[in-house]
Design a protein around this ligand. Structure first.
Ligand code: FE2
Length: 364
């Protein structure tokens, strides 16, 4: 196998630009069981932005809002609503990663910087990807503070109950008509990713709507980015609806892994998170399609969890509804029991479910 030219250790953090980070932080603590670990704002000398860092398992969310009117974070929220700005990648050498990506044709988002405080130093550098989304390379081997210089440790004010969320499994981008291959090539040529899977509009269509998707992965498989684009159907593709409301390309969903989806989704539902609905008849013949599973089918049906199988095993998955008012970003909760794929067998049932939501929103 070829040497990995741009080794990535994993996802470092996912940053959302939001209208009100204080309230978003409470949502992730109460609904998703994330622990507050760090903060920056006026009290730490940050005069123009305020951020909360939330953690569960290996997942770190950074929620950032603007404190002043004329600021790129405020402009981003005005245009896109709450959404993902940064998919940060954990690396051993941020300057090397940045220089390698730039030399292969990446556009710079910001040049390498070294941030330091009494806990050591963090090096960061950013490149642009689809829409206004950025990949920040984060080198933190010489740092042992709660997040990064500029942030102070801050704990949740309430008792947080973690719900078993482990790590980011994959992050999906939606891009405009005809742009999927361009971005797949970007990940292949600039980032040295491999093309894992291709889904054409025949794989991903219902009677009414369609999309196309390709999945790229880095060398060690820790970072996987499916890229979707809309396809022609009788009605409006969910990808087009996203692009209309997000005002461009952006992150569509973040898939988070759990070892016990029944427990995790049970907690999420108790905490008020709403999920896409798949009709009961999905469960009538699902075992004919996927074969034996360890879980009690009735439990899965009660929670509306979906099942799919590939040659390596099976997986259990479920999708939340969008987590802000615009029908844009949502989450997937996934438990892999061997399967390395993305739930192709559930696409039809899922997209029919999304169509029902689009119908209610008047955007189908
Ligand atoms: Fe997914």
């Amino acid at each position: 196998m070829e040497k990995d030219q741009l080794p990535l250790l994993g996802t470092d953090y996912v940053e959302f630009y939001v209208g009100n980070a204080k309230q978003s932080a409470l949502y992730y603590q109460t609904a998703f069981g994330f622990e507050l670990v760090a903060y920056r704002g006026l009290e730490t000398g940050s005069k123009d932005v305020c951020s909360y860092v939330l953690q569960q398992g290996k997942i770190r969310l950074l929620l950032t809002t603007a404190l002043i009117e004329n600021h790129p974070v405020a402009d981003h929220v005005k245009k896109h609503g709450d959404g993902v700005k940064t998919l940060a990648l954990w690396v051993d050498d941020a300057v090397y990663s940045y220089n390698t990506a730039i030399a292969r044709g990446a556009k710079s988002a910001f040049e390498p910087q070294t941030l330091s405080d009494e806990n050591g130093e963090v090096k960061i550098a950013g490149i642009c990807t689809y829409g206004e989304t950025v990949h920040t390379f984060v080198e933190r081997k010489n740092y042992n503070g709660p997040f990064m210089p500029g942030f102070m440790a801050k704990k949740s004010l309430m008792e947080v109950k973690p719900i078993g969320l482990l790590y980011v499994d994959h992050c999906v981008g939606n891009v405009g008509w005809g742009q999927m291959n361009e971005w797949v090539e970007f990940y292949q040529k600039v980032m040295g990713f491999n093309l894992l899977i291709t889904f054409d509009d025949k794989d991903i269509s219902t009677e009414y709507t369609a999309l196309m998707s390709k999945v790229v992965s880095n060398g060690n498989g820790y970072v996987k980015f499916p890229i979707n684009e809309p396809a022609e159907g009788k009605k409006k593709s969910q990808i087009e609806e996203y692009i209309d409301f997000y005002a461009g390309a952006g992150v569509q969903h973040i898939a988070i892994a759990t070892h016990d989806i029944i427990s995790t989704v049970g907690q999420l539902r108790k905490n008020g998170v709403d999920f896409l609905y798949v009709p009961d008849n999905y469960y009538e013949d699902v075992l004919d399609r996927v074969g034996h599973i360890d879980e009690d089918l009735n439990e899965l049906k009660k929670l509306n969890i979906l099942i799919d199988r590939d040659e390596d095993g099976y997986l259990l998955q479920i999708f939340t509804k969008p987590v802000q008012d615009r029908p844009t970003v949502f989450y997937e909760i996934i438990q892999r029991k061997g399967a390395k794929s993305f739930g192709k067998g559930n696409f039809k049932a899922l997209f029919e479910s999304i169509e029902r939501e689009q119908e209610l929103r008047g955007t189908l």
